[in-house]
Design a protein around this ligand. Structure first.
Ligand code: SAH
Length: 243
């Protein structure tokens, strides 16, 4: 009886040991890759693909760009969560899904030149830079423009041009743009940006003040075709538009 008990408990311990070792091995296999690579895969599977984003280029860019390098170091581990995060100066880096959605809806081509209003951390610009030939981005807060420019340079995004200024005015010397993305919310569409959009070009914007709707426009001659996509919440556009 005693022997059987001993044997039983030995077998039980052995089983637990085997399960524990197998568990560790499985964990090791997964964790042999850096945490951020795994985190990006999970982000893309659960937040991006699961919500219907299918564009292969957008998905590849979201897997490649190291989002944790675009947030304050104390928040690195939260960088792949399903939410926006603070980046200082009371501004935010957008939720990953919104970045993917806005990028997909622009239907970008590798030869496109894109203009962005609201550089913020530079993350959206980095995603765009992998999909198009040139990205021009303007940020109204000097400290954010400086840190985003330094970050993009350090990380090797060579086709992104950052300027500090009011994005309401666009970047006339570099216009027309094949696509324009506004990542802060204006109460109405800025006229200079419509003028700087190329024929056949697309412009995506969270339009509104208290209540914003993500809206996409396509320019054909003098006509702007408009489509409302979804309610969203972005920081308000500052500067000239407030006057
Ligand atoms: N695209 C950014 C997030 C943008 S947050 C990213 O990927 O991190 C919105 C940004 O728009 C803020 O940094 C804010 O300072 C900037 N902004 C607000 N009004 C602006 C304007 N008129 N011109 C340029 N940038 C503006």
């Amino acid at each position: 009886m005693h022997l059987t008990k001993c044997r039983l408990s030995f077998l039980l311990s052995l089983t637990i040991l085997v399960i524990a070792v197998e568990g560790c091995a499985a964990k090791d296999n997964r964790d042999n890759r850096p945490w951020d690579v795994v985190a990006r895969e999970v982000m893309v599977d659960r937040q991006i693909k699961a919500r219907g984003i299918t564009d292969k280029g957008v998905i590849a860019a979201m897997l490649k760009v190291e989002r944790h390098r675009f947030v304050p170091s104390a928040l690195e581990r939260l960088a792949y969560g399903d939410h926006p995060l603070p980046i200082g100066e009371e501004q935010t880096i957008s939720q990953p899904y919104i970045v993917a959605l806005m990028t997909e809806r622009l239907k970008l081509k590798s030869t496109d030149r894109v203009f962005e209003v609201g550089t913020g951390s530079g993350y959206q610009a980095a995603i765009l830079s992998l999909l198009v030939s040139e990205v021009y981005t303007v940020e109204i807060i000097e400290s954010l423009a400086d840190s985003a420019a330094a970050r993009l340079d350090r990380l090797g995004f060579r086709n992104v041009y950052v300027r500090c200024g009011d994005g309401f005015l666009g970047w006339p010397e570099k216009a027309p743009f094949d696509a324009i993305i506004i990542t802060c919310a204006p109460p109405k569409l800025p006229d200079p940006l419509v003028a700087q959009l190329a024929e056949g070009g697309r412009l995506i914007v969270p339009l509104g003040d208290d209540f914003q709707v993500l809206t996409i426009y396509e320019k054909t001659g003098d006509v702007l075709k408009k489509e409302e996509i979804a309610p969203v919440l972005f920081v308000p556009m500052k500067g000239i538009i407030e006057q």
